[in-house]
Design a protein around this ligand. Structure first.
Ligand code: ATP
Ligand code: MG
Length: 394
């Protein structure tokens, strides 16, 4: 179980069963808010006795942690008697009606604790009950720890994606400045001419339409850039891949131009639509295109982008995007590492130092879309990436 709700619920249930208690509460460490949060309850303990969250400094967790450390030093597991011996904790627990306290400690950290009410009867040997409880508590602790590792992993993936996205914003900003120059010129011209042509209805009608379109275009661009920069939860929408590819090519156009790199696009006209997260797929193509530009350095060359429909065995439709550059290519020994986190050959030599996260993110996003990515490369000649995405059937 990696889902926190059922996991903590089941834990407190099993602990209460083993300890013969009818009431129990489990508090789990909330690392973000630096407190312990009540995540599972058995029976009907009151909110005033067991608040929704307890500060780290509350005597119970505070002392549980201290006594655990003490116990570790003595090479003995922490037990209830030690905790109750501390007067402030003892009175806090008595006030709560708690008979048993189980610390969940992992790698020296109190990640949770379970508080159990008074047992129904004492028909079991206390020592055997305690060792059963200790074993159950340890199993639960391991599961909580796994859950926290999952959370950490998820968080670092998000962080990586975000860092990578902000990096490509620099290029986008350059493209944006270039993109809005034309519509701005037409708006300016209209405003300059309007006073003297205000009585010419054809002029006013025609130009108003153009200017309005230009304003919409600028608005759209601003929206696209903001969407791209802002991190949002993945959002799947039905999209035209050609449109996304074109928009990314727009953004890198200025950079390519300044390096004498020709961009050629061959976009299939009858491409099926794909359910995808527009901003994430943009991130994929921007990363691939920027890598292609880097591989060509200042020597010029060409970046050819093609889209096509693939029909896989069984009749399933896929959309393929091929990115072919005439850059330096990838050394054979490096091919198997290019998707590894932090693998980069750009060590301050070129315009920028690489983080080696670009292709890791690309791979991750494609996987999340149940797609595929393949690469072919010939040293000194160039590299081709194929991105396949499952399409919506017609
Ligand atoms: N089109 C390409 N041509 C040649 N080599 C490439 C190409 N794409 C990727 N590589 C190689 O793969 C490595 C990893 O790429 P990745 O995008 O993950 O990181 P990076 O480009 O080095 O750094 P960053 O993306 O942070 O700028 C690159 O350093 C480069 O050696
Ligand atoms: Mg890169």
């Amino acid at each position: 179980m990696t889902d926190l709700g059922p996991l903590t619920g089941r834990t407190i249930e099993e602990l209460c069963r083993a300890g013969g208690a009818t009431e129990g509460v489990l508090y789990l460490l909330d690392r973000e808010h630096e407190c312990y949060r009540r995540t599972a309850v058995l029976g009907s303990p009151s909110d005033s006795t067991f608040p929704g969250s307890l500060p780290l400094s509350h005597p119970v967790p505070h002392h549980l942690y201290a006594s655990y450390k003490l116990a570790l030093e003595r090479h003995r597991p922490a037990d209830m008697s030690q905790i109750a011996r501390e007067p402030s904790v003892g009175s806090a627990l008595t006030a709560m009606g708690v008979a048993l306290v189980l610390p969940h400690v992992n790698r020296g950290r109190l990640i949770a604790f379970s508080l159990l009410g008074t047992p129904r009867s004492q028909d079991h040997e206390p020592a055997s009950v305690n060792s059963l409880l200790a074993a159950l508590a340890q199993t639960a602790t391991n599961a909580f720890d796994t859950h926290m590792l999952y959370e950490d992993l998820h968080r670092s993936h998000l962080l990586m994606k975000r860092t990578d996205r902000l990096k490509s914003l620099e290029t986008i900003a350059g493209g944006f400045a270039h993109e809005i120059r034309n519509p701005l010129t037409s708006i300016k011209t209209f405003i300059q001419l309007a006073p003297e042509r205000k009585d010419d209805p054809d002029f006013i009608r025609e130009f108003s339409r153009i200017v309005l379109d230009d304003v919409y275009r600028i608005e759209r661009l601003i929206e696209e850039i903001l969407d791209y920069a802002r991190y949002m939860e993945p959002k799947l929408t039905e999209e035209d891949v050609n449109d996304i590819v074109s928009s990314c090519l727009y953004f890198i156009d200025v950079k390519a131009d300044s390096r004498g790199i020709k961009i050629e696009k061959e976009l299939a006209s009858d491409l099926p639509r794909v359910m995808l997260d527009r901003q994430q797929i943009k991130q994929v193509f921007l990363n691939l295109f920027l890598n292609a530009l880097d591989a060509m350095g200042g020597r010029g060359g060409s970046l050819r982008v093609r889209t096509r429909t693939l029909v896989k065995p069984g009749g399933k439709l896929w959309v393929q995007v091929e990115t072919e550059d005439t850059g330096e290519g990838i050394q054979e020994g490096n091919l198997e590492h290019i998707f590894d986190p932090f693998f980069t050959t750009k060590h301050e030599s070129g315009e920028h130092e690489g983080t080696g996260l670009g292709l890791t993110i690309v791979h991750q996003i494609i996987q999340e879309h149940r797609g595929e990515i393949q690469v072919q490369s010939a040293q000194g000649k160039g590299t081709t990436f194929f991105v396949n995405l499952p399409a919506l059937s017609a």
